[in-house]
Design a protein around this ligand. Structure first.
Ligand code: PLP
Length: 388
């Protein structure tokens, strides 16, 4: 255990040690174990649906009616009718033939990529893709070629010059999780057509956020149905948990048979599934939630940009506030918390060295007064720390 202790001490010296902090969430306000209240500006709960009365009610009713656990994997005894209902709704929402639920977005990425790609195949992956995509690539045993962030001429060159006897897959975050910018999906789809490659888009931060009705990245480019694999999660804007793949019926039948993270894990709890379905229904009925989210994000972004902060080309609900140094980012977040506002300090390995930052996330449920308070606190503390 000494070796582990040394490794932790080294991590602490680099200002990269992470600790768990307990919070008690109540609506948009979070309290710590001493009862002090905070405004949450770090959650991915973009539409505020984790506390929507209908979503809560759906989870509670499902538990009372069907019990708390599914009791088995989908391919054995756990295939409750609720999953089918949610999958049908997800496929309709994404404009695809079919969809398949996984237990988390992480498991979806790992399962999809490792089953589609094998020895002799090549994956082309954006350097800023989410860790779960990276882990899926590692598990696949295919070759992974990383291209610089959204660098389309480099991707074109790599597609031309990389020898490959098998399948080719281009995989990208739709909305990048730390920078909040959007992948150049129109270019990617065109390049993929020329190179006869499959395209996979991770819509974790795009679902409920971009595109008409919050339908995600492909919809925002008018490319619905033209992406081979749309992946997403119910854990962000959809107030619940669970990942999904959406695409053709053949793709879904293939994943049911080959994706190990789908096959060898117990199906989601009825409450989780029902909550996801209720949230998806609310999003379909109230697309104005997405408009409100965009208004809120644009307001805070403009305030920060006017004060001189670089928000890294974000056009979504994720606003990076660059600090550079890891210790500075941690201090920034600490001072924000003293002001009653929770933001995350993001450090390596989540972001590259020297690119540490606050990751501020906006929700449709934030009020203008709350966002003004946040912007004033960021500006005051940012000046104090010499970040702007
Ligand atoms: C959060 C996230 C995931 C993982 O989703 P979970 O449901 O939280 O496991 C996958 N991809 C991206 C881009 C994410 O931000």
């Amino acid at each position: 255990m000494d070796i582990l202790q040394h490794a932790l001490e080294q991590t602490e010296r680099e200002n990269l040690l992470r600790r768990l902090v307990d919070y008690i969430p109540r609506d948009a306000v979070h309290a710590d174990s001493e009862g002090r209240q905070y405004l949450m500006m770090a959650a991915n709960n973009y539409l505020g649906l984790t506390h929507h009365p209908r979503v809560r009610q759906a989870a509670a009713s499902a538990s009372l009616t069907y019990g708390t656990g599914s009791g088995g994997s989908r391919l054995t005894t756990g295939n409750h009718l609720l999953y089918r209902q949610l999958e049908t709704a997800l496929a309709a929402f994404k404009g695809t033939e079919a969809a398949l639920l996984f237990n988390t977005g992480y498991m979806a990425n790992v399962g999809i990529i490792s089953s589609l790609v094998g020895k002799g195949d090549v994956i082309f992956s954006d350097e800023l893709n989410h860790a779960s995509i990276i882990d899926g690539c590692r598990l696949s045993r295919g070759r992974t070629v990383v291209y610089s962030h959204s660098n389309m001429s480099q991707l074109a060159e790599l597609l031309t010059n990389t020898a490959c006897s098998g399948r080719r897959l281009i995989v990208t975050d739709g909305v990048f999780s730390m920078d909040g910018d959007i992948a150049r999906l129109d270019d990617i789809v065109q390049l993929a057509r020329k190179a006869d490659a499959l395209v996979m888009v991770d819509d974790a931060h795009a679902t409920g956020v971009i595109g008409p009705g919050g339908r995600g990245t492909a919809a925002s480019f008018g490319l619905e149905g033209q992406v081979h694999i749309s992946m997403g999660t119910l854990s962000k804007s959809l107030g619940s948990e669970g990942g999904y793949a959406a695409g053709s019926q053949v793709l879904i039948d293939y994943l049911i048979n080959k994706a190990r993270s789908f096959i060898f894990s117990t199906a989601l709890a009825p409450a989780t599934t029902a909550a996801g379905l209720a949230a998806l229904n609310i999003l379909s009925e109230q697309p104005e939630l997405v408009d409100q989210l965009m208004v809120n994000a644009a307001f805070l972004r403009k305030e920060l940009n006017q004060a001189g902060f670089d928000t890294c080309g974000s056009t979504t609900a994720i606003l990076p506030v660059m600090a550079g140094d890891a210790a500075l980012a941690v201090e920034f977040a600490h001072l924000m918390k003293k002001e009653g506002i929770i933001v995350s300090a993001i450090r390596p390995p989540t972001v590259p060295a020297g690119a540490s930052r606050l990751r501020v996330t906006v929700s449709a449920a934030h009020s203008q007064a709350e966002l003004t308070k946040v912007s004033q606190a960021i500006c005051t503390i940012g000046r104090q720390l010499g970040v702007i």
